[in-house]
Write a protein that binds this ligand. Structure first.
Ligand SMILES: Cc1cc2nc3c(=O)[nH]c(=O)nc-3n(C[C@H](O)[C@H](O)[C@H](O)COP(=O)(O)OP(=O)(O)OC[C@H]3O[C@@H](n4cnc5c(N)ncnc54)[C@H](O)[C@@H]3O)c2cc1C
Length: 164
C-alpha cells in the first residue's frame, strides 16, 4: 500500500487505532470482480492480536457482495469516526476533523459453525460492548465474512489550531 502523503496526520499508536475501530461502527467494503467496482456499507466486528487486524462481517446468505467475494476475495475497506466540521472566514478554511482507518485484505466466507459463532460474538461486542453467545441455529441463517487484513493505516485530521 502506498504511504500516506500527509505523514504528520498518520496514527501509529495501537491504542488510538483501536479506539477508532471501537467507535466507527460502519465500514465501507470495496470489492471488484470482472472489472466492476462495488462499495457496500456494513457493520463489523474486529480482533487485534499482536498487531494483526481481523474483521468480521455478517449478512444475508445471498447477494451481490457474496458473489463478488467468491469471484475475487481481494478487498479494501475504509471507516471513520469523530467527524467535527469547522468553519473559517473563507470557503477554503472550512473543513472536517475526523479519525479514520483504511486497509486491504483477503475476504473469506466462513462455513465452520464454531468460527461463525465466535465471529458473531466479536461483531456484537464491537457494536454494543456487550457479550452475546450464539446457538448453531442462529448462525445457520446468516453468512459470515472474515477479512484477514494484510495492511492498514490510520489517520487523524485535527481541527487547525487557529480554528479552535
Ligand atoms: C449504515 C449501514 C450499515 C449496514 N450494515 C450491514 C451489515 O452489517 N450487513 C449487511 O449485510 N448489510 C448491511 N447494510 C446493508 C448493505 O449496505 C447492503 O444493502 C446489503 O448488505 C445488500 O448488499 P448486497 O451486495 O447483497 O446487495 P443485493 O441485495 O445483492 O443488491 C445489489 C444491488 O442493490 C444495490 N444496493 C445494495 N445495497 C445498497 C445500499 N445499501 N444502498 C443502495 N443501494 C444498494 C446495489 O447497487 C446493487 O445494484 C448496511 C447498510 C448501511 C447503510
Amino acid at each position: 500500500m502506498k504511504g500516506m502523503t500527509k505523514r504528520e496526520l498518520q496514527i501509529t499508536d495501537p491504542h488510538q487505532i483501536q479506539k477508532i475501530l471501537d467507535t466507527a461502527s460502519v465500514l465501507y467494503l470495496g470489492l471488484c470482480a470482472n472489472n466492476e467496482p462495488y462499495v457496500v456499507p456494513m457493520n463489523y466486528g474486529y480482533t487485534m492480536e499482536e498487531g494483526k487486524l481481523t474483521l468480521y462481517l455478517h449478512s444475508a446468505v445471498k447477494g451481490k457482495k457474496l458473489d463478488m467475494i467468491r469471484e475475487n476475495p481481494n478487498v479494501f475497506f475504509a471507516l471513520d469516526c469523530d467527524r467535527k466540521p469547522f468553519e473559517g472566514k473563507v470557503a477554503c478554511q472550512y473543513g472536517l476533523s475526523y479519525s479514520s482507518v483504511m486497509g486491504q485484505g483477503t475476504a473469506c466466507i466462513v462455513d465452520d459453525v464454531e468460527e461463525k459463532k465466535k465471529a458473531m460474538s466479536v461483531l456484537m461486542k464491537t457494536q454494543t460492548e456487550k457479550d452475546f453467545a450464539f446457538e448453531d441455529r442462529l448462525v445457520s441463517i446468516v453468512a459470515v465474512i472474515r477479512i484477514d487484513v494484510s495492511e492498514y493505516t490510520a489517520k487523524h485530521r485535527p481541527i487547525p489550531e487557529k480554528m479552535r
